[in-house]
Ligand binder design. Sequence first.
Ligand SMILES: Cc1cn([C@H]2C[C@H](O)[C@@H](COP(=O)(O)OP(=O)(O)OP(=O)(O)O)O2)c(=O)[nH]c1=O
Length: 197
Amino acid sequence: MSSKPAIFLASNSPRRRELLTQIGVPFTAFAPDIDETPFESESAADYVIRMAKEKAEAGWRMRNVTGENHSLLLAADTSVVANGNILGKPIDAADAMAMLSNYSGQSHEVMTAVAVTNGKQTVVENVVTSVYFRHLSETEIRQYIESGEPFDKAGGYGIQGLAALFVSHLEGSYTGVMGLPLFETGQLLAQFGYPIL
Ligand SMILES: Cc1cn([C@H]2C[C@H](O)[C@@H](COP(=O)(O)OP(=O)(O)OP(=O)(O)O)O2)c(=O)[nH]c1=O
């Protein structure tokens, strides 16, 4: 395998770090702090695209804190959309209960927007996945919340964890649901001339 140049990853998410490692892209990670409040009546798609772009551009401005000098930076944002509502990370057990009850026996959408910038140009792609949950009893939801898994995750579940027991199938990108759609990430990096293989 050829040695690839490192990039900046503007993210605190352990999933995004693991996923970028999976495709062999070396990175320097740090996380810019941005205001993640949706605008009034902003659509979910517009919201995740705006968040990914803001994380990327704020990250680019503060890249010097790392002491490194790479030519590309990647950021992403994930939201779950159920019954028209944008769901971020649950604030407490009751919030997680409300989110998970929404998914039972139905499908919902997970959107992950990925942004790549070189400081002059930022390109963003939003990857939308439909996720189908089997019916969940109140006891199962309570047990799942007790596992602690919902709390640091958009929409209150981790498909890569115990929630694998709930997802019967999906249409779209499994890695997109986890927080970084790898196929589209590779395509975006290649668009900037990055040697993906
Ligand atoms: C739906 C779902 C989300 N998640 C995680 C992925 C992300 O870590 C998180 C989405 O939250 P985000 O708010 O997109 O990202 P973040 O705050 O964790 O990280 P960053 O520093 O990049 O802004 O939810 C899973 O791990 N599995 C899942 O099945």
